[in-house]
Structure formats: structure tokens, C-alpha cells
Design a protein around this ligand. Structure first.
Ligand code: PHE
Length: 455
């Protein structure tokens, strides 16, 4: 029976497809919506440096850990831990991941819905205004509505659900392989536009000249949370995708390629946004609405801005879609494999659940505005609890599992493709990171960021 299941299990069909899918998961609203406003709000270049340190020392090792666990077990986030440690409760880490997928998707589909809506608004000329009061009216009318944002959120769920239902190779891989190159081309086009504006250099120095006086512990927690969210780690998405990766892929190389390309996309998004923002005299720290209020105003101020604005939101929608596929795949793989449901039923149940939970995030700007948890509205609560708590916690346990529980020789075997790649030195560095640096580092940042300890 187990044998049968293994034989039937689908996977990615080519190395290019693997990279497209994994990078498609990493690149998302994180790069284009979150990264610019979090960077803007936390002082620019100094924040980016801290972020890069978190990425290299913590995000990357956790990503590799997840790929190793996934490929070794050929199983979903929960099943993987059950295969490796059937008698211990490690599978709860995967269970928390499935829960995180629902919580992230709740607010992610809400923002993705605004992005999809903005493509049409931009194309129709409805966003062409150089007056921020007018563009903020468009945004506020959209988000404080009921029917319109809910419609777009459900539309996003239907699009991504349809792709997921088509399967791993025929759905996820096929779509991301086409979308990822388009995304890079669009980014390059918009970057050239932004960099050739008079006054662009001020935006560049904001991005690349650090001011360390802005760094506090909560800034470091924000950088760490962003690193996790960006690389899609800490919740089993990379275990799930790793389980579809072939035996001959070089996993450390792949994780490094993905992290570097993802960072490149974030910086390119920053270059698309900040020079333009400064060139037209806007503030960089406009918070989450940066993308939806400032950007349209900025684009409207430049020659051919209308065209670039449409391209920009198409690009953002592409990025968001690839990321959502991996978020959906976590529960879908879990339901199909652990509960023996069909892929179709698993997908339908998942998007239905996300639709219900997600509408509470969307409506937190209107009829549910008064519902708060820890003085955050539901949208902000889902975002905070996942990025700043669940993903880092998941990261600690995944690192501890690989570092202390799985067994050194098994880790060596998997990381070297059973001895085919000669990477013992790298494996030692990796083990040191997941044994000590990742768990201790995250614990300190979490406790300090949540003000449980201070120094
Ligand atoms: N990495 C995605 C982004 O940057 C978000 C994501 C988080 C995707 C967790 C999957 C899992 O937008």
C-alpha cells in the first residue's frame, strides 16, 4: 500500500521547473509589498543589512533543512516528521505549518485581491492622478468596501485553486516556469524607468547608505520575521516542495540560488519604487499602503506612467500568485496524503476554509474593524502572529530537528546525495548553524522583540 502511494506520487519534472517553483514560492508580495514598506519604515539601508544577516545565518539554513527533510521523506509537512520520528510528537511542527498556511493565506489573498483589482483599475485609467488624495480615495473605497474586495479575494482563490488542482508538474511547475521569466523582464523594464528619472539618486542612497542609529531590537525582529516570510520557511512549504525534488538536485546550491535571486528581486523592487518616490517628493515610510497609494501617484507623475503602472501591478500579481501556490500546496498535500482525500476534494476544502477565514481579514477594514486581538485588527493579527511568531518558532524546531534529532550521518547522506557530491565541509558549517546559531539566535530575537527580555 505504502509502495503504491510512493509510486503514484507526482513530482517536479525538470531542474528548471524545480527552481521556477521554489523561487516562485519565495518571490511574492513579500518582495514588492512588504520589503519596501518595512525597509522604508525601519530606516532603509541599515535594515537591509540586518535583513541580509538574518537571511544568511538563519533563513538559508532553515530552507535547506526543509528541503532535506522533504526530499528524504517524499512526504507532506506532517507526514515527513511521522516518517522520520513515528513515535515522537515532531509532526506537530508540521501541523503548526498547516495552520500557518491558512493564517498567511487569510491576509495574503486579501492583498492579492487588491493587486488583481488594481490591474483593472490601472488599465481603465482610474488610478491616473498625481494627487495623493485622489489615489488614497480609490484605495480606501476599495478596502473599506464589502462586496468588491471579497469578490477579488474569492477570484484569487479560484485562480490559484484551479492551478493547484491541475497538479504539481502540470499545474505549479508549468505555470511558474512561464511566469518567473516574465516577472524578471517586467522588473528590469520598470527599474530602467525609475532609475532614469531626474532625482533618482536620493532613493538609491536611502536604499544603500546605512544609518545604524535606526536599529533597535524590534527592528531586528522585523528583519528576522521578514527573512522567514520571504524565503517561505518555518511552516513546511519548503518541506512540501522539497518532497517533489529529484534525487540528483544539489540542494545546498539550489537553496543558495533561490535566496540570492529572491534578494535580487527585493532589491530590484526597491529600485523600482524608492528612486521614483523620492524623485517626486513623496515619503518612503508610507506603511502598507505604499504600494496602493504612493505608487500609483508616483507612476502618474512620470511619462508613460499609465503603461508602467499596469505592468507594475501585473508583475505584483504574478509574484503573489506563485507564492500562493506554495501556500495552498501545504494543506492540499497534507489532506491528500494524511487523510487519503482526492486532490480535488483537498483543494476545494482548503480554498473554502481560506475563503471563510480570509474574509474576516478583508472585512477588518470595514464591518469587522472593531474586532481586535492584542489591539490589532484581524488582518494585522494574522500577519503578526505568523511572520513574527509562528514562522520563527517553526524555524527553531525544524533546525533543532535536523541538528539534534535526525542523526548526523543521515543529514550527511541527504545533503551529499548519498555521497555523490563532495560537500562535507559545507555540511559541517550547516550543522553548526542549525544546532546553535539558528535556535539560539531566533530565541533571543523573539524574546527581546516580544519584550520578554531586554538588553
Ligand atoms: N515568500 C512569500 C512572499 O515573499 C510568502 C510565503 C510565505 C509563501 C510562506 C509561502 C510560505 O511573499
Amino acid at each position: 500500500m505504502q509502495q503504491d502511494n510512493l509510486k503514484k506520487r507526482e513530482g517536479f519534472s525538470s531542474s528548471i521547473g524545480v527552481i521556477a517553483a521554489v523561487l516562485g514560492s519565495a518571490v511574492g508580495l513579500g518582495n514588492i509589498w512588504k520589503f519596501p514598506y518595512v525597509t522604508g519604515a525601519n530606516g532603509g539601508a541599515a535594515f537591509i543589512l540586518i535583513y541580509l544577516v538574518c537571511l544568511a545565518l538563519v533563513g538559508l539554513p532553515v530552507m535547506l533543512s526543509e528541503h532535506l527533510i522533504g526530499r528524504n521523506t517524499k512526504s507532506n509537512a506532517v507526514g515527513a516528521f511521522k516518517v522520520l520520528q513515528p513515535k515522537k510528537p515532531w509532526f506537530l511542527v508540521g501541523g503548526a505549518g498547516v495552520l500557518s498556511a491558512f493564517l498567511i493565506m487569510a491576509f495574503y489573498t486579501s492583498v492579492a485581491g487588491w493587486v488583481y483589482a488594481y490591474i483593472f483599475k490601472a488599465a481603465g485609467g482610474g488610478l491616473l492622478s498625481t494627487n495623493p488624495k485622489e489615489t488614497s480615495l480609490v484605495f480606501n473605497t476599495l478596502v473599506s468596501g464589502v462586496g468588491e474586495p471579497l469578490f477579488w479575494q474569492m477570484f484569487v482563490l479560484l485562480v490559484t485553486g484551479t492551478i493547484i488542482m491541475a497538479g504539481v508538474a502540470k499545474g505549479i511547475e508549468r505555470v511558474t516556469k512561464v511566469l518567473m521569466p516574465i516577472l524578471f523582464i517586467l522588473l528590469i523594464v520598470i527599474d530602467i524607468r525609475s532609475l532614469t528619472l531626474p532625482g533618482a539618486s536620493e532613493g538609491l542612497s536611502f536604499l544603500f547608505k546605512p544609518d545604524f542609529s535606526k536599529i533597535t531590537v524590534s527592528v531586528i525582529l522585523a528583519a528576522l520575521g521578514l527573512a522567514f516570510f520571504k524565503l517561505s520557511v518555518g511552516m513546511g512549504a519548503m518541506i512540501t516542495y522539497g518532497s517533489y525534488v529529484g534525487e540528483n538536485e544539489n540542494l545546498p546550491k539550489m537553496a543558495l540560488k533561490v535566496a540570492l535571486s529572491d534578494t535580487l528581486v527585493s532589491l530590484m523592487a526597491g529600485i523600482a519604487i524608492f528612486p521614483a518616490v523620492f524623485a517626486f517628493g513623496f515619503e518612503p515610510n508610507a506603511g502598507p499602503p505604499l504600494l496602493f497609494i504612493t505608487i500609483p501617484t508616483v507612476f502618474s507623475s512620470m511619462p508613460f506612467g499609465g503603461v508602467f503602472m499596469v505592468l507594475f501591478f501585473v508583475l505584483t500579481a504574478i509574484a503573489a500568485t506563485g507564492a500562493m501556490l506554495s501556500l495552498l500546496e501545504v494543506p492540499v498535500a497534507y489532506f491528500t496524503e494524511q487523510h487519503n482525500w482526492s486532490r480535488r476534494k483537498s483543494t476545494l476544502v482548503t480554498i473554502l476554509g481560506i475563503g471563510l477565514l480570509g474574509s474576516t481579514a478583508t472585512l477588518s477594514n470595514s464591518i469587522l474593524a472593531n474586532v481586535t486581538i492584542f489591539s490589532k485588527n484581524l488582518f494585522d493579527f494574522y500577519d503578526f502572529i505568523t511572520s513574527n511568531i509562528l514562522l520563527p518558532l517553526g524555524g527553531i524546531f525544524i533546525a533543532l530537528f535536523v541538528g539534534w534529532q535526525w542523526g548526523k550521518s543521515k543529514v550527511y547522506q541527504e545533503i551529499s546525495n548519498n555521497g555523490q557530491i563532495n560537500n562535507q565541509g559545507l555540511a559541517d558549517v550547516f550543522l553548526f548553524l542549525v544546532r546553535f546559531v539558528v535556535p539560539i539566535g531566533i530565541t533571543l530575537v523573539l524574546l527581546a522583540g516580544l519584550k520578554i527580555i531586554s538588553f
